[in-house]
Design a protein around this ligand. Sequence first.
Ligand SMILES: [Zn+2]
Ligand SMILES: [Zn+2]
Length: 344
Amino acid sequence: MKFFDTHAHVNFNAFKDDGEAVLLRCLQAGLSVVNVGSQYSTSKRAVDYAHKFENFPKAKPSEEGLAFGGDNPISPISPLNPLDSKSLNLLNQKPLEPLSPFNPLNPIGIYAAVGIHPVHLKKGSFTHVDPEELTEEEIPTTGEIFDYGKYLELARDEKVVAIGEVGLDYHHFEPIDDIEFLKNLQKETLLKFIDLANEVQKPIMIHCWGVKSSKELDHTRTDAYDDLLEILEKHPVAKRGIIHSFIGSYKTANSFIALGYKLGLNGIITYGNGYDRLIREIDLKNIVLETDCPYLTPRPLERGSRNEPLFVEQVAQKIADVKNISLEQVANQTWKNACEILGL
Ligand SMILES: [Zn+2]
Ligand SMILES: [Zn+2]
């Protein structure tokens, strides 16, 4: 079985000590990964990681302590880092041109996406509260300024399969923020990244979360999705893309599907039955899997433990359970969907 984690952040500091080992065990397990940049530095690191593993299994990863050397056959899957006891058991628009045909021979690999997360357009910090408000974390933000030339250079790299993450985040505004100013800045930046995606003819990886509600994530917060739909209708991305970490309603999902987008589902769908109806009613061919690791660890893994790409299987299992189909069907179809939308 092959899985595709279309949105991971092994390029983030949470993996600074063992990122290469984590990616290596993904490849050994038959899992492809897109590491997604949230600012220039992490975008660059995502591209560097993709090249480090481009000749898998022939290449010899550079760092010490990895499970196999250059000339050895692929070793069996190495045990997961001990997270907790449970994880050890896991092992209408004008018509657009068609996407590239699916190539069944496409290789398992580590890929990159390059972008600026909307929260990084502001300099300061925001409070990250997980959807069930169990953990709270102060995350510093950089006040990134988009440099088209520097991103164009990264975007042209053959291992870069999507432009992003970029988009609208009305969820993490703080009371002192100039909200109208930040919303406009996010929209302007998104438009520039749409230009970039169209220049290099690659799909876009969109982050879109609505305003903060007093309780957990819910289906009623459509403001950011409404703004995003308007932008994508007026400024089409030729190769479409992925609405990652989708948390909208069935109706909103259908609007994006009609535009040719795939919906990225992650651990959030395992936190209860709030998304079961969406999963049941959306055709599997419109879904791609993701982890958004190190965040959003899926159940039944321990909440608050570090998420990693291998745990995408738990997201797939939830979809299989709700749709009453096999895990293998979910793996195969979502792999195909990911390859199609990412042009692999
Ligand atoms: Zn995101
Ligand atoms: Zn992300």
